[in-house]
Ligand binder design. Structure first.
Ligand code: GAP
Length: 457
């Protein structure tokens, strides 16, 4: 593996950029925030939507062995008995007898409170699932849980999907949705939240092919992050030891990312064997056996589960995209985000606020926004507007100048290369579309010219 490049970003810089530019805010901030809960602002919501769209396109739209699902967050409470979450989804905690702070055993060294040095209680187990009630009476019979993973919705719908789609093995169910964990260890921005989003696949296979599919999905998922622009040297695979394996897993690899605080899990890929279908069959009394019409066999499929987090992916992408360089003799901060992920694809910038220029710029803006997330900005110097767009990762700026009024041509300025291309307005939409799709324009459109920012056009 290549040595990771020195990082230009630390968590403090990133949190500050995210807040200042409207990517991510602390939840309910006017009340002092809520620990480990975050709100995605105007740019964050676009980034998150683009991540989910990229995942769905690769996993569901472009495959014929996958179908989607959107199961409800609240599930029958027996689900969590069958899955082992009621019994096993617990962290051992100790409490400080003086300041009453609670600590995960793994997070403390020695037997004193890390905060005040006070004496600690004996460890007790703490379930990470959030409990709530269904119906108006708070009685034990109506307790339900906020799901701590989306996975169970897919296991309990296995039969529904087989019967309604007639999918044959091997096939998968994919789902994106919220999950909730009453995490004890908090901090590190959106890396560990109490409310977060998962993008999970449950891939059902014949048991004898499980190892082969497991290896396939590890490579496939690693490749997805690289395709989205994360540097390969900032990703690594970590195989779980026997002690690290979850109760349901036979084999598991984490895809780790080198976050500013060090290597940590971005996605887990597990071979869950037949654990889930056997457990849900046992607790529901329904047979979840698959009948293979070709071989006339009854099989309990094995499940390969690639389980990714939207928030951790957003954090990894932001860290990886962050860069500082020099443009036009000035330091600039930029996010080198993949064009599919950039919250704003195009910015329209009139060189001045002169009326005839603004009216042409607004015409161009009105046309482009029908096709791409587009921003209009006419405040301050053109250099400052470029910097503002660089900092939020906008791949293309379109500048309208006085000559545009005469020749009906505009300039596209590229975030990464600083190249500027002048071309007719009539060619603008198609050119941007091609560039956003990653096509290099070897042939300029008729009447076009090319130069670099800071050089004369
Ligand atoms: N169904 C398997 C499962 O949920 P997991 O390793 O506990 O496995 C899968 O979670 C992914 O969900 C993680 O790799 C991570 O990306 C994300 N995730 C888990 N807990 C999280 C948290 N508290 N905050 C943000 N993301 C989290």
């Amino acid at each position: 593996m290549t040595k990771p490049a020195p990082r230009k970003v630390d968590m403090e810089k990133l949190v500050s950029l995210c807040r200042r530019r409207g990517f991510i805010f602390p939840s309910s901030e006017i009340y002092g925030g809520l620990s480990s809960c975050w709100d995605y602002g105007p740019l964050g919501v676009e980034l998150k939507k683009n991540i989910k769209q990229a995942w769905w396109k690769t996993i569901v739209q472009e495959r014929d062995d996958m179908v989607g699902l959107d199961a409800s967050i609240l599930m029958h409470p027996q689900t969590w008995e069958a899955s082992g979450h009621l019994e096993g989804f617990k962290d051992p905690l100790v409490e400080c007898k003086s300041c009453h702070l609670r600590w995960r055993i793994d997070d403390i060294k020695g037997n004193k409170c890390p905060s005040c040095g006070g004496e600690l209680t004996e460890p007790h187990l703490f379930n990470l699932m959030f409990k709530t009630f269904i119906g108006p009476i708070e009685e034990e019979a109506s307790v339900v849980y906020l799901r701590p993973e989306t996975a169970q919705g897919m296991f309990v719908n296995f039969e529904n999907v087989v019967n309604s789609t007639r999918k044959r093995l091997p096939f998968g169910i994919a789902q994106i949705g919220k999950a909730f964990r009453n995490e004890v260890t908090t901090g590190n921005f959106i890396f560990r939240c109490r409310e977060f989003e998962q993008m999970e696949i449950e891939f059902f296979v014949r048991p004898e092919t499980a190892k082969q599919w497991f290896d396939y999905w590890v490579e496939e998922r690693l490749g997805w992050y690289v395709k989205l622009g994360i540097k390969r040297e900032n990703l690594r695979l970590h195989q779980h030891t026997k002690e690290e394996l979850a109760h349901y897993a036979r084999e598991c690899y984490d895809i780790d990312y080198l976050y500013p605080m060090g290597w940590a899990e971005l996605e887990g890929i597990a071979n869950r064997g037949d654990f889930d279908l056997v457990q849900h069959a046992k607790f529901s009394g329904k047979s979840l056996v698959y009948y293979d019409e070709e071989t006339k066999e009854h099989i309990v499929p094995y499940i390969i589960e690639p389980s990714a987090g939207v928030d951790r992916t957003a954090l990894a992408l932001l860290c990886d995209a962050y860069d500082e360089d020099i443009a036009d003799g000035e330091k600039r901060v930029l996010l080198r985000l993949h064009t599919d992920l950039a919250p704003i694809k195009v910015a329209v910038l009139p060189l001045s606020r002169r009326e005839n220029l603004v009216s042409l710029a607004k015409e161009v803006y009105a046309d482009l926004r029908r096709h791409f997330m587009t921003q209009y900005d006419d405040a301050q110097s053109i250099g400052r507007r470029y910097r503002r767009q660089d900092e939020i990762g906008t791949p293309f700026c379109v500048t309208i100048d006085f000559q545009s009024l005469e020749d009906k041509q505009v300039t596209i300025r590229e975030r990464d290369t600083l190249n500027q291309i002048r071309l007719p307005i009539a060619e603008l939409k198609n050119t941007l579309q091609a560039k956003l799709a990653g096509e290099e324009l070897f042939v300029l459109p008729p009447g076009g010219s090319i130069w670099k920012e800071g050089e004369n056009g």
